[in-house]
Structure formats: C-alpha cells, structure tokens
Design a protein around this ligand. Structure first.
Ligand code: HEM
Length: 452
C-alpha cells in the first residue's frame, strides 16, 4: 500500500529549522504556516519535527487522543526536573491516581473564599497607589498573582511571612526551563535550578510539617492536599504535595498576569468598548461600594472582554503532545516520535470560525452573535478535554476582579500605547506597559477621562 505523505513543511534553516523564529515570534511563523499551507502543516524545532493542527475537528482529535496516541508527559518531559511527575508531567496511570486530588481545591464552593483573597490583594494594591501617578501594569499584576497564589495555595500566615526569597528561588527554577537541552547537563542554569528546587522544597516542607502537627481548618489548597488520599486510602507523599504546589504556581501565576494585563491593555486601546464595560460596572458595582462576589454574575461585557482577550492574546499560545504512534489525519501520515501541536492564538484567527479576525470585538461572544458556538473547541486558550485547565475559573475570577476593582476606582491612560508580546521564558506576556492613572473621585484631567 502506498504511504501517505507527511504534512507540508514551512521552509527553515539547515539544522535549526524554524527554531529561531519560533522563539522570537511564533505567532507570525505559525500563522504563515496556516495561511500558506493549510490547517495541517509541519515545522522543525531544531531536529524535532512538529505537526501543527488548526480547526475544531483537529482540536477535538488532539484532546481525544491525549493520553492515548498523544502523550502529554513525554511532550512536557523537560519540566520534570521541576515538577517530578505531577499533573501535566505525570504518565496517564499516575495522572488518573492524582486527578481527583488536584481537582479538589477547585470545587465551586471554595471559590467565594478565593475571591475574597483576590479582592483583598487587589484592593491593598489600589490603596497603595495614591490619588494619581503611574504604575507598570505587568509587574504589578504579576505581584498580585504571586500574593494571591501564596495565600490561596498555602495560607495567610505563609503569605504574610513570605519574602522575596520564595519568588527569587522560583525565578531561578523557571530559568532552568529548557525544552531543547538534556535537563541534567552540568550547566550553571541547571545546577541553580536544582539548588532552587531543593530550597523551595524545604520551605514548603516546613509548612506541611506545621499543618500535620496542627490540623486546624484552613481554606487553602495545601490543606486539601495534606488531607487527600489516593483512592486506595494511602495519603499523598510530601514530595508529591511539594511538586503539586510548585506545578500550580507554574501553571497559574504568569499565565494569569499576562492574559489579565492584556485584558486591561485591550480595553484601554478600545475606548468605545471600555465605556460599555464601565457603564455596566457603574450600574452593578458603583464607585465606593464594596465588592460582592454576586456582582460577577452581572458583568457580561466584562466576560466578553475576557473571552476576546483569550482569543487574541492567549497566555498558552502553544500546546504540545508527543506521538507515541504514527497516525493518519487529513490525508497525511504523521510519524511516531514527532510532536503534535495546537496553536490557540492561530486557531483563534481562523476565518472559518470568527469574523474580522484581527479586530477587537468582544460582542462577537454575545448571545446574539455567539461566533464561537459554531462548533466545539473553537476557543481553546484553556485547552480542552480531560486536561483542560483546572484553574480556568480561578484565573477568570482573578482577571475579572482585577478589572472590576481597577475600573471602579481609576481613570487610566496608556503611556506605552502599543505593547508587544514578550516571548521569553514562561508564558508570553505584554512588554512593560506604563499606565498613568487618577482616582475617579479626584479626576480633573480630561486626558484621563478619555481612556486611550
Ligand atoms: C489565564 C490563565 C491561564 C491559562 C491561559 C491557562 C492555560 C492552560 C492550558 C492551555 C492548559 C492545558 C495544557 C495542555 O493541554 O497541554 C492548562 C492546564 C492546567 N492549568 Fe491552567 N491556565 C491558566 C491559569 C491557571 C491557574 C490559575 C491554575 C491553578 C491555580 C492553573 C492550573 C492548571 C493545571 C493544574 C493544569 C493541568 C490540568 C491537567 O493536566 O489536568 N491554570 N492551563
């Protein structure tokens, strides 16, 4: 029988293939692939070929085959030195055993407690800003996600005692992420990564020991993990709890800070839609009123703004799997040992799904238009299927609370008018974005009333 061809390739350089452009500006690279070669094409990340799939049917295939033909843990193997076989780095049977434990803290009834933490941290930041001045959005939001994360994951006492040491160590751990080089080469960045991990593990172990010695009621993730059992009744080993905590910090804080910062930037760049969001907020959450989590239900324009941000600036802009088997798709043969990849940001500018794909138009998500509802898996910024982001609601609420409280309190103006995407290590996020602000009750500057 004649073998089918492999999907067409984007031209690249000898040996490194498309790696440099992938690191510098992967959206442009992958969009070019989609627009010139169609919804299934190949890129080369150094010696490693990866097939890119675009379109709801292929997304469905990708999510259904995960943990079968398509392996998540093999694709994210390079994260193993940090997270040692939890969640996205666990093999399918270990993942099955852990899943209920990792999902437990995300149960809906716990959300009001987390929202309270978010509101407290965001309000404290706003209180510290003063009546007028400037702030840099991305670092400010990142700090808020760190404080919220520390408190929600490991409790108020940990959050209050936490100093920069924890986050400096965490930065050293992240700086050791390298999808290309073998993770145990004796390079300075890998040695630092391992030292940082050992020190972080010791810090978290201390908190676990305190919890085991004083099992009072705490409404945080750690308490859930300390009390959790495998289905056969065994408690979770401390080393696994440490890895889960580090994994959640990794999955949750930069992603939320990046996407949430884009949400505010896009609103400030689009004054007409900004006014719709503000009018809705002024109706349900007028200046000077305290935040009540029930308010969230009424903020439809804010929700659509967040969906439009997920569409245009997803923090998880690429998602990988490793092919355990060769498979056929779309008339092509995709070999075993290749990578298979989704590119949410490119899938979100698919003209077969969305109109005016490059325009910021949150109303496309309104019930009258509902462009995303033409098929399943049109909006995949939080992944899909069994491994869909377990923190999606947590992240949504943190971004929504940040926007609601900030817009309630401040008039703002972008000083850096057109931030670009910073593809460094970790999640892509906006380049530094300075904002000039004035408290609304003190607003006298007309430039700040008009927001862009
Ligand atoms: C805007 C913020 C966030 C974005 C864009 C995001 C995106 C994603 C995506 C795309 C996946 C699936 C990855 C894949 O299939 O390869 C994922 C998985 C995951 N995310 Fe998030 N995430 C965000 C925030 C969070 C937060 C705040 C937490 C926790 C507090 C979290 C915890 C997780 C976990 C545990 C997984 C693995 C789920 C599993 O394998 O079952 N994420 N996230």
């Amino acid at each position: 029988m004649k073998h089918k061809p492999t999907p067409p390739s984007l031209p690249g350089l000898p040996v490194i293939g498309n790696l440099l452009e992938f690191q510098k500006d992967r959206f442009t690279l992958l969009r070019r692939g989609f627009e010139t070669l169609g919804p299934i094409f190949t890129i080369h990340l150094g010696p490693k070929p990866a097939v890119v799939l675009v379109g709801p049917e292929y997304h469905d295939f990708f999510f259904r085959e995960t943990d079968k033909m398509l392996s998540m843990d093999r694709a994210y193997e390079f994260l193993n030195a940090m997270f040692k076989g939890v969640a996205f780095t666990a093999g399918p049977s270990e993942y099955d055993a852990q899943r209920h434990v990792i999902l437990a803290p995300f149960a809906g009834k716990k959300m009001p407690g987390y929202l309270e933490i978010m509101v407290d941290e965001i309000s404290a930041w706003l209180d510290g800003l003063g009546e007028r001045g400037e702030f840099e959005l991305v670092s400010a939001f990142q700090r808020i996600t760190q404080l919220v994360g520390a408190h929600a994951l490991m409790g108020k006492a940990f959050r209050d005692e936490m100093n920069d040491e924890f986050w400096n160590l965490y930065a050293e751990l992240s700086a050791g992420i390298d999808p290309v080089l073998p993770p145990h080469l004796p390079l300075p960045k890998f040695i630092k990564r391992d030292r940082a991990r050992a020190r972080l593990a010791a810090i978290i172990q201390r908190v676990i020991d305190e919890r085991r010695a004083n099992p009072e009621i705490h409404n945080d993730f750690l308490q859930d993990f300390v009390e959790a059992k495998y289905k056969d009744g065994r408690p979770l080993p401390d080393e696994l709890i440490i890895s889960i905590i580090l994994g959640l910090v990794f999955a949750g804080h930069e992603t939320t800070a990046g996407q949430g910062s884009w949400a505010l930037i896009l609103l400030l760049q689009h004054p007409k839609y900004f006014e719709l969001v503000r009018a809705e907020l002024d109706e349900h959450f007028p200046p000077g009123t305290p935040f009540d989590h029930k308010v969230m239900r009424n903020l439809r324009h804010l929700d659509w703004a967040l969906q439009e941000t997920e569409r245009l600036r997803p923090s998880a802009d690429v998602i990988f799997r490793y092919n355990l088997k060769s498979y056929e798709l779309g008339g092509y043969q995709i070999p075993k040992d290749w990578l298979t990849m989704l590119a949410p940001r490119v899938s979100h500018v698919n003209r077969e799904i969305f109109s005016n794909v490059d325009e910021y138009d949150p109303l496309r998500f309104s019930s009258e238009r509902a462009e995303h509802k033409v098929a399943d898996y049109t909006l995949i910024g939080f992944g899909g299927g069994r491994h869909r982001c377990s923190g999606a609601n947590f992240a949504h609420n943190e971004m929504a609370a940040f926007l609601a409280l900030t817009l309630q309190r401040l008039d703002m103006h972008l000083l850096d008018k057109d931030p670009s995407v910073n593809y460094g290590l970790g999640a892509p996020r906006p380049t530094a974005t300075r904002i000039r602000f004035q408290e609304r009750v003190h607003s006298t500057d007309p430039a700040l009333m008009v927001t862009a």
